[in-house]
Design a protein around this ligand. Sequence first.
Ligand code: HEC
Length: 136
Amino acid sequence: MKKLLLSSILLASSLFAIDGYKVYKKNCQTCHVEVMDKSYALKHFNELVAPPMVEVAGRLKENIKTTDEEDDVDRYLFILFVKDYIVNPNLENSMCNTGAIEKFGTMPSLKGKLSEDEKQAVAEWLYDHYENISFK
Ligand code: HEC
């Protein structure tokens, strides 16, 4: 009986959880392509309006690295960065290379467009989804 109750609670909470991938598709995909080969991206650089999401995830992971042995700390900082960047994008905080920034300009702010939960969900998705997918 206890087990049954617990599983129905888990089921209920997962029903209400926000799907980060859906947030991405609705709010980010028009600019950030989900996955793209590096060679393809270089060839079609002129057609891109923003770095592919797979590249963004990889670059942030390379840059946001603490000496803490726990992976959770880096994941936490990554999520904080993304949540902040999407509402306060600016040249100083961007980890994009200068060539890309020159072409794309800075990302427009999504301030007011996403709830706190949606920001959290999309930032978590960005970290977790690309755990085994790299930009190459
Ligand atoms: C209107 C186009 C547009 C939309 C929509 C958009 N972005 Fe961006 N984004 C950009 C551009 C252009 C850049 C590269 C310039 C920069 O770093 O600001 C960028 C950069 C970023 C960066 C920083 C990358 C770095 O290397 O520093 C993150 C993180 C990011 N976007 C996340 C998101 C997420 C998450 C969403 C959806 C919730 C989103 N973006 C929606 C255009 C967009």
